[in-house]
Design a protein around this ligand. Structure first.
Ligand code: AMP
Ligand code: MG
Length: 313
């Protein structure tokens, strides 16, 4: 699956095939968002429920405006955060050429301009929006290297572009920017503080149970390794694997990974999914996770950990 041949990847995408692409958040499983058969194969490969809409990736805000409506607040956010890890849910234009599968039939569409140079090169060459959810089976841990994608999808996905380890390591932050008052839909790589600072006001909260859609990224159990997770642990048990944070780590003889010895949440976010995968391969039945401060990116890390720890369906 690995290739550095961007032209071949572009031809494959234009022919309706799936290509794994690097982004700065996590690796995506990309397909032409205007081609329903291509988008259907994303859902099939991921075993993703059809009611869970996909994010459209484009090369610029101008490309987004060809199928989505951006009000002044949305434009302010795209100016501040694109290219980058902020996804906007926007009203879908009535003349939009986007497959209904991408939007799950909603009259809104989620859009982002990624910052990874390989992703941008592909998007510019394809000249069409690419639907690209994280390149993992639905409900599982997101991939931050092409090796993770290969582990998950070989032989189902024939081609993947290697862009190195994802710099941010957590999915994009998703906000609803259909109204003047912006609402947080999913915590992610852009902090709540950064968005609120840019807007000059607090983000509105979505009341529990009142999500516009019930998507797996918002379901209780998601991002789950095979092992069970135990959170906020200061005294791991001998049989557990330990996911540590910071420099004050308890003595532990079993498998261990430290998200950030320096206690830096940005470094911890980058390492989170990869560390979960590594500890999962040790065969430990439980991963004990040390407390992560609920500040900055810590909020999104704790969101993912809570979902990974939630009872499985
Ligand atoms: P993923 O691509 O796996 O990171 O998941 C994309 C997420 O985007 C979904 O789980 C939804 O939560 C969200 N999403 C996509 N489109 C919409 C939309 N039109 N309205 C609300 N949320 C959306
Ligand atoms: Mg995902």
């Amino acid at each position: 699956m690995p290739t550095n041949d961007i032209d071949a990847a572009v031809s494959a995408l234009l022919a309706g095939r799936l290509v794994a692409i690097p982004t700065e958040t996590v690796y995506g499983l990309a397909a032409d968002a205007t081609n329903t058969a291509a988008v259907a194969s994303i859902f099939a490969a991921k075993h993703r429920p059809r009611f869970n809409p996909l994010i459209c990736h484009v090369a610029s805000a101008a490309d987004a405006a060809s199928f989505a409506i951006l009000n002044d607040t949305a434009k302010q956010l795209t100016d501040a955060f694109w290219p980058g890890a902020l996804t906007l849910v926007l009203p879908l234009r009535t003349d939009a050429n986007i497959s209904d599968l991408v939007t799950a039939g909603l009259d809104t569409v989620a859009v982002r301009v990624p910052a990874h140079p390989v992703a941008l090169q592909v998007l510019q060459a394809v000249g069409r929006p690419l639907a690209a959810p994280s390149a993992n089976r639905s409900g599982r841990v997101s991939p931050t290297t092409l090796e993770h994608v290969q582990f998950e999808f070989t032989p189902d996905v024939a081609m993947g572009l290697d862009g190195g380890p994802s710099q941010l390591g957590l999915e994009s932050t998703i906000v609803d920017a259909t109204q003047d008052r912006v609402r947080m839909l999913r915590l992610g790589s852009v902090t709540r503080e950064a968005i609120e600072e840019s807007l000059g006001e607090p983000l509105a909260l979505v009341e529990p149970g009142k999500q516009p859609i019930q998507a797996p990224g918002q379901l209780q159990s998601h991002y789950a390794p095979s092992a069970q997770l135990r959170l906020n642990v200061r005294h791991p048990k001998p049989h557990e694997a330990l996911l540590a944070f910071g420099c004050e780590v308890p003595a532990h003889a079993g498998p261990m990974a430290n998200l950030s010895e320096a206690g830096d949440v940005t470094e911890a976010a980058r390492n989170l999914f990869s560390a979960l995968r590594t500890l999962d391969t040790t065969g430990a039945s439980t991963i004990a996770v040390m407390p992560i401060p609920e500040k900055g990116l810590g909020e999104a890390i704790n969101d993912r950990l809570r979902r990974a720890a939630a009872p499985r369906p």
